[in-house]
Design a protein. Structure first.
Length: 330
């Protein structure tokens, strides 16, 4: 039996890493460029397994159509799955699998890269020097050594961040309902959210987005932070109330903001919009701040991560065809 897989939202790099990984699996893969949406779901007809990414639309309507076309598995090539209506998938008897762990270091190292860039204004220095401007005014940073870093969510990625920050000589506070043994061993102090917000010089988000923590960083949370705090979000855009954070930037409460994710990123992600007008005024405002660094959800984008993602995704699909559990079912 041929093991068919329809991969949506395919970029050249997805194809390259999937084809390489498929040497070990022998699946019959069709690559489709469009994102999975209600308009494109027809392409999945007669594919028992469909592969989607974080910016694909896998809502009830799409799931209903997938079920009509005999799809039985949605194999996400991502860790996050907040874009999938799991209840609808269950109702239509469609399995959903994800890639829970692929190089947590990829996102952790990227996050620390954002911290260092913002702190030492490397993004601005790059442009200045290109214009033969070697002035340093406005570029004063601080030593991370001895500063307090607050990590919200100490799962795989959060723990990898903790290890790096610990190595840099920081005091690390963490907030997570589940305490992580490796973090405790490094001397991380688990505290309540109010204490973490009040004491941290740098706050970084590494929890998944759930119904309970939507806008965990809201106006109240921003007010509770230290003056001049640096805030990073490389997890999910919806964890931050962007208007509240813009107010915090305007008042000087937030001195630096690094975002690899943004709550309204979906229509923009992974495509070139440079010939269009930017109609998102909130993003437009964010882009005016010199102390805000925004990137387009690329924390995971290393060759190590892409190859791990491709092999785990194909493993999940193969297990599905062989009626085995992969352990990555949601
Ligand atoms: P994980 O599942 O290993 O860890 C998540 C941790 O967050 C767990 O320890 C959990 O107890 C904790 N948590 C859950 N709700 C919380 C809350 N309200 N407050 C504090 N802690 C809470 O997940 P992992 O692999 O570390 O990934 C974390 C998130 O990073 C993912 O859910 C995803 O949103 C994001 N991510 C971003 C990527 C990027 O390219 N920027 C790539 C991969 C993941």
């Amino acid at each position: 039996m041929s093991m068919k897989l329809a991969v949506f939202n395919t970029h050249s790099y997805d194809k390259a890493f999937f084809e390489q990984a498929n040497n070990g699996f022998g699946l019959d893969i069709s690559f489709f460029e469009p994102r999975l949406t209600v308009e494109t779901v027809k392409l999945a007809e007669k594919y028992p397994a469909v592969c989607a990414f974080v910016n694909d639309v896998v809502d009830r309507e799409v799931i209903e159509q997938l079920a009509k076309g005999d799809t039985k598995l949605i194999a996400l090539r991502s860790a996050g799955y907040n874009n999938v209506d799991l209840a609808a998938a269950k109702q239509y008897d469609i399995n959903v699998a994800n890639v829970p762990a692929y190089s947590p270091e990829s996102v952790a190292e990227y996050t620390v890269g954002m911290m260092l860039t913002l702190n030492r204004k490397i993004h601005r220095a790059y442009n200045r020097v290109k214009e033969s401007n070697f002035a340093l005014n406005g570029f004063i940073g601080f030593d991370f050594h001895n500063r307090t870093v607050g990590v919200i969510g100490t799962g795989r990625i959060g723990t990898a961040v903790v290890k790096i920050m610990h190595g840099m000589g920081c005091r690390v506070l963490a907030y997570d309902p589940v305490q992580n043994e490796a973090c405790l061993e490094l001397g991380v102090n688990y505290v309540g959210l109010p204490e973490l917000l009040a004491e941290s010089d740098v706050i970084t988000l590494h929890c998944p987005m759930t119904e309970d923590n939507y806008h965990i960083i809201d106006e109240k949370a921003v007010k509770a932070m230290k003056d001049g705090v640096m805030l990073l979000n490389t997890s999910r855009g919806g964890l931050i109330d962007t208007d509240a954070v813009i107010a915090g930037l305007k008042s000087g409460k937030i001195s630096n903001l690094g975002l690899d994710v943004y709550e309204n990123e979906k229509p923009l992600l992974y495509d070139d919009h440079s010939n269009e007008l930017l109609l998102d005024d909130v993003l437009g405002r964010l882009l005016t701040f010199p102390n805000v660094l925004i990137t387009g959800h690329q924390g995971f984008f290393t060759e190590d991560a892409l190859s791990a993602i491709a092999s785990t995704t194909l493993y999940n699909v193969k297990c599905f065809y062989e009626n085995k559990t992969s352990g990555n079912e949601l």
